[in-house]
Design a protein around this ligand. Structure first.
Ligand code: 5AD
Ligand code: SF4
Length: 455
């Protein structure tokens, strides 16, 4: 019987937060909750937050401002609400959040959200505000409900063809601009058996594509059933053998951990999609060293060569930061040059944002906002033209598309190409969850349009 209590979860930030939000919602199901999209009917509201850049963190406070009225209106109807801040802002700011926003009842970090049912109970029964940002000894994943038993919180996700699976968390790389090692903690790889179990549960829910997630996913080294540490390539091989799974992806990788067995998997593993997100962050060796990236421009180019030799049609994606402290105009131009040299299918670009507690935030030569904005503008023009070029190269090709959802127009479906581009095509709803050949007829800046060739 579905529960009568409602939880509303809003996700900010990265794919790992999307995954965590699903687990958070599922963890409340045994306690009589179902997930809702309607704030006003939720007795528990969870904001799963992101701290990667200042803008992301500030969004949380404007959202909390909006929640004040919702909570007040519910209170006047005799319905109490527990407002929870989870995720990386919770970890980074802890009790400060309670001081800054009186609407918040609970603060729970990304490593302790398995305790949420208990924390909610305590906050309600003891009528007090609670902060739990410890890095617990226990494995949070082992304490969360088994996904083959837990019903998906939202009926829509029961039919989702594509799902995320966190295999690794945290990061030991300490890039000088990045808060992740502080908010998510040290690197941790989940054991292979529990990942295969979870993957099996997701497949039995109708999932056809899995994206293995980690802040530094290619550093994965989880305990295998044979007692040895398994690499990501080995894990990919085992997950690919699961019946019913058709596609595999992984993200985010660090160039330093792009091992030969993983590159070979792109050649040998048919289910592994020809798409790789490999951030390089900056195109100048001096800036890369100041970022503590552990690779040079030449290392990155050599790696790209190796990967393209293994899988010539691979689509490459990256993250780039402009305006790192002290970055000169000519160093910025080296970034543009590297982008042109590689030819990316997709890229995410950001203005450097000083983050509290990180080494780069303490560097004196912080650049003015106008310089960062102007560089970002120029960078994005180059990146947009590369993405368009890649998309236009697909016109006339017949590409297998995994259809995931209905489009905005009646009769239209939306799916993904192997290269992760959204593809729109007219087709019947029974094609959802299936991989169908589509002839690409048009290419936009961020998506493709095509015609279904055979079902
Ligand atoms: N400022 C700007 N961008 C950042 N990123 C991480 N930290 C910062 C920061 N302080 C970017 C990096 C990373 C992506 C997830 O976010 O490019 O790869
Ligand atoms: Fe952050 Fe990625 Fe660097 Fe780790 S490798 S510190 S997550 S940017």
């Amino acid at each position: 019987m579905p529960g009568t209590k409602k939880v509303f979860v809003k996700t900010f930030g990265c794919q790992m937060n999307v995954y965590d939000s699903e687990r958070i919602a599922e963890s409340l199901i045994p306690y009589g909750f179902t997930e809702t999209d309607c704030l006003e009917e939720a007795e528990v509201i969870v904001l799963n937050t992101c701290h990667i850049r200042e803008k992301a963190a500030e969004k949380v406070y404007s959202e909390l401002g909006r929640l004040r009225q919702v909570k007040e209106d519910r209170r006047s109807l005799g319905k109490p609400t527990i407002v929870t801040v989870a995720g990386c802002v919770a970890q980074a700011e802890g009790a400060e959040i309670l001081a800054r926003s009186t609407v918040v009842d609970l603060v729970v970090g990304p490593q302790s959200y398995h305790r949420l049912p208990d924390l909610i109970f305590r906050a309600q029964s003891e009528s007090r505000r609670i902060v739990d940002t410890n890095f617990p000894e226990e494995d949070k994943f082992a304490s969360l409900p088994d996904r083959s038993i837990a019903r998906p919180a939202k009926p829509a996700s029961a039919r989702a063809a594509s799902a995320f699976l966190t295999v690794q968390e945290g990061c030991d790389k300490f890039c000088t601009f990045c808060v992740v090692p502080y908010t998510r903690g040290m690197e941790f790889s989940r054991p292979v058996d529990s990942l295969l179990d979870e993957a099996g549960s997701l497949i039995s829910r109708g999932v056809r594509e899995l994206t293995l997630l980690g802040q530094n996913v290619n550093a994965y080294h989880g305990a295998g059933p044979d007692g040895k540490d398994w690499s990501l390539a080995r894990l990919i091989g085992a997950v690919a053998r699961l019946d019913g799974l058709e596609r595999l992806r992984y993200t985010t990788s660090h160039p330093h951990d792009m091992s030969d067995d993983l590159i070979a998997a792109h050649r040998d593993e048919a289910k592994l999609m020809p798409y790789l997100h490999l951030p390089f962050q900056a195109g100048s060796n001096r800036i890369l060293a100041a970022m503590n990236r552990k690779h040079t421009v030449a290392d990155y180019l050599r790696l790209i060569d190796k990967i393209r030799t293994a899988r010539p049609d691979i689509a490459l994606s990256t993250d780039v930061i402009v305006g790192f402290p002290g970055e000169t105009e000519s160093e910025f131009q080296e970034t543009l040059k590297l982008i042109e040299e590689v030819g990316f299918a997709q890229a995410f670009s950001f203005k450097y944002s000083p983050r509290p507690g990180t080494p780069a935030a303490k560097i004196d030569e912080q650049l003015p906002e106008e310089v960062k904005s102007e560089r970002l503008h120029r960078l994005q023009a180059v990146l947009a033209s590369e993405t368009s070029r890649f998309n236009e190269g697909c016109i006339g090709r017949v590409i297998p598309v995994l259809f995931e959802r209905r489009g905005r127009r009646d009769g239209q479906l939306v799916g993904r190409s192997p290269y992760l581009q959204p593809v729109h095509a007219d087709g019947a709803a029974d094609l959802l969850g299936r991989i169908i050949p589509v002839e690409i007829s048009q290419a936009g800046p961020n998506s493709l349009v095509g015609v279904i060739r055979a079902a």
